[in-house]
Design a protein around this ligand. Sequence first.
Ligand SMILES: Cc1cc2nc3c(=O)[nH]c(=O)nc-3n(C[C@H](O)[C@H](O)[C@H](O)COP(=O)(O)O)c2cc1C
Length: 185
Amino acid sequence: MSSPHHILVLAGSLRKESFTLKIANALAKLAPPALRLDVVMPHGISFFNQDLEANPPADWLAFRERIQKSAAVIFVTPEYNRSISGVLKNAIDVASRPYGKSSFLGKPVGIISNSPGPLGGVSAAKHLQNILPGISGPIMGQPEMYLNGVGDAFDEKGHLIKESLQKVLQQYLDAFAAFVEKQNG
Ligand SMILES: Cc1cc2nc3c(=O)[nH]c(=O)nc-3n(C[C@H](O)[C@H](O)[C@H](O)COP(=O)(O)O)c2cc1C
């Protein structure tokens, strides 16, 4: 069997008990043999400032390199005020530069939103679908994944205990593995 595709899972929250992070970790555990998932949170990424572009901070360079070294990216996003979190937008802005050399270019992308509320962060996911096309590779359209009611999906250790959620994440990963395989020809 060929070696697994290395997928970066970008969890768009900084919160220790983040549901977004717990979903990202659950994905990493459920990954099929064709994928290896690495979870990253946008900790320590300096605020994007165009003045710094000529001499970028080391944290920008390290973050960009992590993306460049991966075969694909899955965004797991919370919803803040009907959009993505500020920290996730900042991370995307950092990775999108230098102009025309976005670290996401050509990388197949998956988008998963979540919320403890009833709407599953669908607005945040839709915003990502607007933000990414100019700076990334193709975005997987199906299955759509807006996970609602995630507040009771984990035990006190952060393990996924909701079987129905486990099943849809598994299905999503199988679809994403096929999507990445197809993009890589
Ligand atoms: C500033 C702020 C805005 C929020 N706006 C929304 C929202 O628009 N829709 C929603 O479903 N939840 C909203 N929430 C609730 C978040 O979904 C909830 O806090 C969630 O746990 C954040 O993600 P995390 O657990 O990964 O940190 C908001 C929370 C904060 C702090």
